[in-house]
Design a protein around this ligand. Sequence first.
Ligand SMILES: Nc1ccn([C@@H]2O[C@H](COP(=O)(O)OP(=O)(O)OP(=O)(O)O)[C@@H](O)[C@H]2O)c(=O)n1
Ligand SMILES: C[C@](O)(CO)[C@H](O)COP(=O)(O)O
Length: 223
Amino acid sequence: MKKYAIIVAGGSGSRMGGSVPKQFMLLKDKPVLYYSIKTFLETYIDLQVILVLPVEYTDMGQEIIDAYFDKDRIRITAGGDSRFQSVKNGLSLVEEDSVVFVHDGVRCLISSDLIRRCYAMATETGSAVPVVPSKDSIRVLTEDGNEAADRNTIMLVQTPQVFHSKILIPAFQIDYKDKFTDEATVVEAFGLKISLVEGEERNIKITKPVDMLVAEKLLVEGA
Ligand SMILES: Nc1ccn([C@@H]2O[C@H](COP(=O)(O)OP(=O)(O)OP(=O)(O)O)[C@@H](O)[C@H]2O)c(=O)n1
Ligand SMILES: C[C@](O)(CO)[C@H](O)COP(=O)(O)O
């Protein structure tokens, strides 16, 4: 079946700061986004990338494609005001029944193993969402303070989140709600159960400056 990877890179990176959004910052002399695109294209030869970018950074994205990739395998579309809207814009370019990976462009340490694991689960059950356990203790905020929670009941969510297009496209017709921080929340609101897959600790989301340091170190060491 046809495979699409919607790589969402339409955000502004406000928590990171800097002169360009974090997806264009350099890690080992290449943009963060380069690594995410490369791993998907290398994992499956029949996969097409849909790259979602802030409209004002379309040219910068095109330069990355021209410099490193086969332009016939990548299409660009404009991001929206929310991650939800950016994914929805990407989905509008999905042309046929397919397996759709949605991946944060800033999770640049994604591995082919994880991509394949998610694909296997999604083709078996219709969905795949990678998660890792919490290394820290957890506390829940309550009306009168806070209380401990059992961390064994909590999992931290990553991307790629993978679904059949027949599920994801209709699910994204729903009206936006603040709780839609990822595809799993949207598909769940659509009434379906989510299948979890073992994620990877190194599949970090570059969010703050410290994450660039960690990613650089992991890339250098190939760890
Ligand atoms: N309107 C948006 C918001 C986010 N994203 C993408 O979703 C991923 C995860 O989002 P996050 O880390 O929150 O990125 P930003 O929104 O850019 O960061 P911040 O919240 O700090 O501004 C990123 O690859 C980001 O580019 C997107 O495509 N469109
Ligand atoms: C989708 C996500 O990566 C799951 O952890 C995450 O929710 C995206 O980041 P945001 O800060 O919620 O936009």
